[in-house]
Design a protein around this ligand. Structure first.
Ligand SMILES: Cc1cc2nc3c(=O)[nH]c(=O)nc-3n(C[C@H](O)[C@H](O)[C@H](O)COP(=O)(O)O)c2cc1C
Length: 357
């Protein structure tokens, strides 16, 4: 039996706002934390300076615990021919927005420097995806008081995090919006659904499990708890809060999406991620296998996606969203957390009444 994650943090509600690189904000994280959940900052693409600024902004708004999340990544050194071929494939899409593609100034942030910045910030939770830390890196974060949470898409990945000393695992089912965190097996065989993944992780570990993927309301929270999760991590549900930092075109695509509208694709970033199907995804579908791996493709499409957001064109945006997207409820984060808490309690009451018969 694992310790109580909620007591350790401490937070009052079993609700984690998923870190969402490029879509979350200090205002969103602070609102969720102030409402009794755990707000998170996705810092995968934040520089060390931007990480410090974002953490300071949260701390100005609330004194409640919050978390910060990084991509475990190594800076790549792609050969020039690969880069040129990828740019050529993207050129027609850039042209549609009146742009010419260029080689970006950097492929990704330096992970070592980001980790140093994370240690300096000492957030209540330091969470990771795309890879795994060493036991020494985990211990370094724990020494400054951060709880270390690793993202897992399979039981083997969850066990790997437990083996390096993580304090909890976020079990991310294939329903989840955004990138797959897979770092051990191949992506295809690591597409385990939340309902199957969570209880198997719970059984395999003696640290708390946080369930992620497709959870949109209080019924989903109760269901995850029934599977043995101590908390849920919700991303898509928080995207339509006014505090998120997404563009109006992305916001509109979210409120119009149906349950069948999302797919996994690697055309935007080079790593499989779930988002709403749009013309750019369809245009590049045939080339998907040739796209360079993350973070090269991610950097090569960055200017395109920024321009699309500025021009209000969802056709060229990465519209990350989970399979529950049709259940989004645009409302301020504090209100959404209060609604979720009320629904969760009602679902628990209903379940216990059902067993009384
Ligand atoms: C736009 C977007 C960006 C995301 N960015 C990150 C990230 O930077 N780091 C991370 O660990 N998870 C990231 N995720 C995953 C979420 O934190 C969360 O686990 C996931 O959204 C849960 O599934 P749901 O979308 O079905 O609620 C992202 C998800 C979305 C929708």
């Amino acid at each position: 039996m694992s310790y109580s994650l909620l007591q350790r943090l401490p937070i009052t509600l079993p609700i984690v706002q998923g870190p969402m690189t490029g879509a979350d904000s200090p205002a969103l994280a602070a609102a969720v934390s102030a409402a009794g959940g755990l707000g998170m900052l996705g810092c995968g693409m934040r520089s060390p300076t931007a990480m410090a600024e974002a953490a300071a902004a949260v701390r100005q708004l609330t004194d409640r615990p919050f978390g910060m999340n990084l991509f475990v990544q190594a800076t790549p050194t792609p050969d020039a021919a690969t880069v040129q071929a990828a740019l050529q494939r993207l050129a027609p899409l850039y042209a549609e927005l009146g742009l010419t593609p260029e080689v970006p100034a950097q492929w990704c942030e330096d992970f070592g420097a980001q980790l140093d910045a994370l240690v300096a910030q000492r957030p209540a939770v330091a969470s990771f995806t795309f890879g795994i830390l060493t036991a020494a890196q985990v211990a370094r974060l724990q020494a400054v008081g951060s709880l270390v949470v690793g993202t897992a898409t399979t039981v083997a990945e969850a066990q790997a995090w437990a083996a390096v000393g993580a304090d909890a695992v976020c079990a991310s089912g294939m329903e989840a919006g955004g990138h797959r965190g897979t770092f051990l097996g191949d992506f295809q065989s690591s597409l385990v659904g939340t309902l199957a993944l969570v209880p198997q992780c719970v059984d395999a570990l003696d640290i708390p499990v946080i369930a992620a993927g497709g959870i949109m309301d209080g019924r989903g929270i109760a269901a995850a708890q029934a599977l043995g999760a101590q908390a849920v991590q919700m991303g898509t549900a928080f995207l339509t809060c006014p505090e998120s930092s997404i563009s109006p075109a992305y916001r509109q695509a979210l409120v119009q999406a149906k349950d069948t509208d999302t797919r996994l694709t690697r055309i935007f970033s080079g790593r499989p991620a779930r988002g709403i199907v749009n013309p750019m995804m369809q245009a590049m579908a045939a080339d998907e296998a040739n796209v360079p791996a993350y973070p090269v493709q991610n950097a090569l499409t960055g200017a395109l996606r920024r321009a699309a957001a500025a021009q209000g064109r969802s056709s060229h945006l990465s519209l990350w969203a989970g399979q529950g997207v049709a259940a989004v409820r645009p409302q301020p984060a504090a209100q959404l957390v209060a609604t979720l808490a009320e629904e969760w309690r009602a679902a628990c009451r209903q379940l216990s009444a059902a067993t009384a018969h």
